[in-house]
Design a protein around this ligand. Structure first.
Ligand code: HH2
Length: 284
């Protein structure tokens, strides 16, 4: 997908699939809980991911894994703000804040973040207000219900049609509040109120989600769907499956992949890009 995604002072060219590296400042994330729980460790991790080729860093201070409890905004803000501030100052890449809370989003933008990544899809009017009052890029993700209960018994009539309609409707609400269309990115929310069948249907339907006209982000890194397919119970041992999904997403039009393992993902995408571009001699 050509064009640009406007994220504050950054205009991200959508010529190749961008890699968003995950920086979880949480004690309890399913995938890397506690590994980078201090600001110092999280900043170091973020700097390493940029060296490895991350185009964007996504900083989160609240785990939204299935069954997780909501974290008070003050706790979340205390975790993410020092990390956002330093990474915005010390790297050249846009910093995204992964939050559902308007106060945290507003403070993170003040600390230098250029993207608000809301797993609730800007359903909260206060989040729409923060978005409209900024020039940040916005990731609008689909989630059925909320993290505490979302995996209990997720049901859809037609998962692709329903997710697509939700994303279209939330994007319209943001535009009605004054947000430019070129700031919006949409995400089907792999694993957020979805069975394996739902996740696979959405991944197969990425070109249909692309028809909405916004860049599409896919986050499947280390998630349970990979464990369900492969039998690998330990999230950190799902690298091969994670890279496999990232390449599938890129081939099917994803503009951004959200991943823990930046170096390996970049390497896989570089090989695919070389093949489709006909490198070294021209178009394939
Ligand atoms: N997935 C997670 C968190 N934030 N944001 C977007 N836009 N898309 C996603 O798929 C997505 C997301 C969950 O992954 P992780 O950050 O590894 O885990 P946790 O929520 O336990 O911190």
């Amino acid at each position: 997908m050509a064009g640009v995604w406007r994220c504050g002072r950054h205009a991200l060219a959508l010529e190749r699939t961008l890699v968003m590296g995950i920086v979880n400042v949480t004690p309890d994330s399913f995938s890397d809980g506690g590994d980078y729980a201090t600001a110092e460790a999280a900043v170091e991790h973020g700097l390493r991911l940029v060296e490895e080729g991350a185009d964007i860093l996504d900083v989160g201070g609240e785990s939204t894994r299935p069954g997780s409890q909501e974290v008070p905004s003050e706790v979340e803000a205390a975790r993410v703000l020092p990390v956002v501030e330093r990474l915005a100052r010390e790297t050249g890449v846009p910093i995204s804040v992964d939050t559902r809370h308007a106060e945290v989003a507003r403070a993170a933008l003040g600390a230098g973040a250029s993207i608000v990544n809301d797993v609730s899809g800007f359903r909260d009017p206060a989040m729409v207000e923060v978005a409209a009052g900024s020039d940040a890029g916005l990731v609008v993700m689909h989630m059925l219900g909320e993290p505490r209960t979302m995996q209990a018994d997720p049901r859809y009539g037609d998962v692709v049609a329903e997710v697509k309609a939700f994303l279209a409707q939330r994007a319209e609400a943001l535009k009605a509040a004054g947000v430019g269309a070129d700031r919006i990115c949409v995400d089907p929310g792999i694993g957020f109120g979805k069975t394996l069948e739902h996740n696979l249907a959405l991944l197969r339907a990425l070109p249909q989600l692309g028809e909405l006209g916004y860049p599409v982000l896919v986050g499947a890194s280390r998630k349970r769907m990979i464990g369900d397919i492969t039998g690998e119970a330990e999230p950190k041992r799902r690298l091969g499956g994670s890279v496999g999904v990232a390449v599938w997403a890129a081939v099917h039009g994803a503009a951004v992949v959200r991943v823990h393992d930046v170096r390996e993902t970049r390497q896989a995408l570089a090989v695919w890009e070389a093949l489709v571009s006909g490198w070294p001699g021209g178009a394939a």
